[in-house]
Design a protein around this ligand. Structure first.
Ligand code: DQA
Length: 146
């Protein structure tokens, strides 16, 4: 199976961006961790980041037929983007919503997610390790689904 990990705006700055909220790992560190974990379980992995909403929509469309599942950290677009929500509904690729921080413990405007409505499930609050948790959750889902 093949999965796509897609990261939205400002996540390219991980490591230096509010480390007290998002941790000290860079996106490259997270990618390396995800590659090791995926490889250990025989999964192919696509890993991408964009600051642009339309580019993220394009990446979700391109996942259809290429990836069996998506892990999406949409950053702030989580809270604003009907376009990303619609893209996920349109391609019908099982998608897990992911956040490094516990969005529910933060400002009220982060409590609502458009992505959650169409996600298989949501993982948040476990920092960089959340990516590994999300890979395992998606792996389990794909195995059970067969
Ligand atoms: C985030 C949470 C969002 O509210 C925020 O806008 C981000 C990162 C997270 O991973 O914790 O950019 O998605």
């Amino acid at each position: 199976a093949s999965i796509l990990i897609l990261n939205g705006p400002n996540l390219n700055l991980l490591g230096t961006r509010q480390p007290e909220v998002y941790g000290h790992e860079t996106l490259a560190d997270i990618e390396a961790m995800c590659r090791a974990h995926s490889a250990a379980h025989g999964l192919a992995l696509g890993f991408a980041q964009s600051n642009h909403e339309g580019a993220l929509v394009d990446a979700i469309h391109a996942a259809r037929g290429h990836h069996d599942g998506i892990i999406l950290n949409a950053g702030a677009y989580t809270h604003t983007s009907i376009a990303l929500m619609d893209a996920i509904s349109s391609v019908q690729v099982p998608t897990i919503e992911l956040h490094l921080s516990n969005i529910h413990a933060r400002e009220p405007f982060r409590h609502h997610s458009y992505i959650a409505r169409v996600a298989l499930g949501v993982i948040c609050g476990f920092g960089a390790h959340g990516y590994v948790l999300a890979i395992d959750a998606l792996r389990g889902h794909l195995e059970r689904r067969g």
